[in-house]
Design a protein around this ligand. Structure first.
Ligand code: SF4
Length: 413
């Protein structure tokens, strides 16, 4: 394999806290070689671990799970992986060793690695800096061998320097420590994305670009300070709830459900579309409260301050710097739809955080609500096959052009 440069997110820390969430949440895929290797390992010394550890879905081998949804190797009392305890980390399946690191190709000859926010340890930003785990991450890159670097089509004709300058400007907005209302910062981010797209035909001229960017940022900041319009239509509200529901569906729900599960899922989605039902039906980590009890729309009594959104800003920076936002990350969508999808995580995280804060009886969105929202949305942004379908691009455009109305209806007036 040719030598590849591995860029690792600089603002993330991670150290597993053995919460066991990933071992309960995912259908973990193995390779056929791993099935054989793990089978031999289990037979190599006396132990009481389950010998039937494979379940096949569409012919592919996954770790078998208990009725509770937990992996057969998880010690549910301690949260430890019994395979890990007995044979050591290095012997585990690649998917288990790799989580929560997201590895993706970027420019030709380069790969980026960030940690996923659906892992509580990453959310808490606790543990060793990811950059100090380079040896392990480079080992994963070698095993995974990610392909499909950005093409000219994906980059929309932009050269690398133009992409770096544009992404750098968006990072600057997120890193700016001047306290501004979250709605205003979100508006600036979205407005800059709109304006960058308008100048893309001139962006490969570095001199022109460096002259345009400061001006563009100043105009976006001025525009985002204006008052938002209220009044998202009933139809748009229904579409947004459906979209949020699609984004909050868990990996567990997507692996070949039976007919009964499909019908139940459709019923849940229909309820959410009309503002009823519980997100909990989409995954056990979501609140049990219903959308009627804790609606995502409507005025908010106390606006949340910028500090509550610090972790969200950190997350956007890591996604931007790793270039892990193209399309919905992995589906070869071009640069600008990727940026739009990333900007739209603002209202999606806001809606999820809002429901979460109301579900604990609060009127104000605090940091834990934002953490929940990021984890819920990042799960999908990184992987859901649902999100690759073209109708979701239409939905993204629908809300991108109704940005102010959407945020105002979500309570950010
Ligand atoms: S979810 Fe994260 S912290 Fe929890 S067991 Fe998995 S890797 Fe460790």
């Amino acid at each position: 394999m040719p030598e590849r440069k591995v860029h690792i997110a600089e603002n993330q820390n991670y150290g597993c806290i053995q919460c066991g969430r990933c071992c309960r949440r995912f259908h973990v895929l193995m390779s056929e070689d791993e099935v054989l290797r793990l089978g031999r390992l289990l037979a190599s010394r006396p132990n009481d671990l389950p010998k039937e550890f494979v379940t096949r879905i569409d012919g592919k081998p996954y770790f078998a799970r208990r009725p509770s949804g937990a992996c057969v190797f998880l010690d549910e009392e301690t949260g430890y992986c019994r395979m890990h305890s007995l044979f050591g980390f290095e012997q585990k399946a690649l998917s288990c060793r790799g989580y929560p690191v997201n590895i993706a190709s970027s420019f030709p000859g380069e790969v980026s690695a960030i940690a996923r926010q659906d892992c509580p340890a990453v959310q808490q930003n606790a543990g060793r800096p990811l950059t100090r785990q380079r040896r392990e991450i480079e080992g994963l890159v070698e095993e995974l061998d990610p392909q499909r670097p950005f093409t000219r089509r994906v980059l929309e004709g932009l050269d690398r320097k133009a992409v770096e300058a544009m992404v750098g400007l968006l990072v600057e907005i997120m890193r700016d420590e001047t306290p501004v209302p979250p709605r205003q910062r979100a508006g600036t981010f979205r407005d800059v994305v709109v304006r960058l797209e308008k100048i893309k035909d001139f962006a490969n001229d570095p001199v022109a670009l460096s002259e345009m960017l400061p001006n563009l940022l100043a105009k976006a900041r001025a525009a985002s300070g204006q008052r938002a319009e209220a009044g998202l239509s009933g139809f748009s509200r229904a579409v947004f709830r459906t979209w949020l529901g699609a984004c909050l569906r868990r990996d567990t729900e997507l692996v070949r459900p039976g007919v009964v599960q499909r019908v139940l899922r459709m019923w849940t989605m229909l309820q959410l579309t009309f503002g009823h039902g519980s997100l909990h039906r989409l995954g056990w980590e979501h609140p049990r409260t219903t959308l009627d009890q804790c609606p995502i729309f409507g005025a908010q009594a106390e606006p949340s301050d910028d500090a509550a959104w610090a972790s969200y800003r950190r997350w956007l920076v890591s996604r931007l710097e790793a270039y892990q936002f193209f399309g919905v990350t992995f589906y070869d969508e071009p640069f600008f739809p990727g940026l739009r999808a990333l900007a739209l995580t603002y209202p999606l995280v806001l809606a999820a955080a809002r429901h979460h804060s109301r579900s604990r009886g609060a009127n104000r969105i605090e940091e834990p609500d934002v953490h929940y929202g990021i984890g819920a949305i990042d799960h999908t942004l990184g992987r859901s096959p649902l999100m690759q379908y073209p109708p979701w691009r239409i939905v993204e455009n629908h809300f991108f052009t109704r940005w102010d109305k959407l945020l105002a209806t979500l309570g950010w007036e």
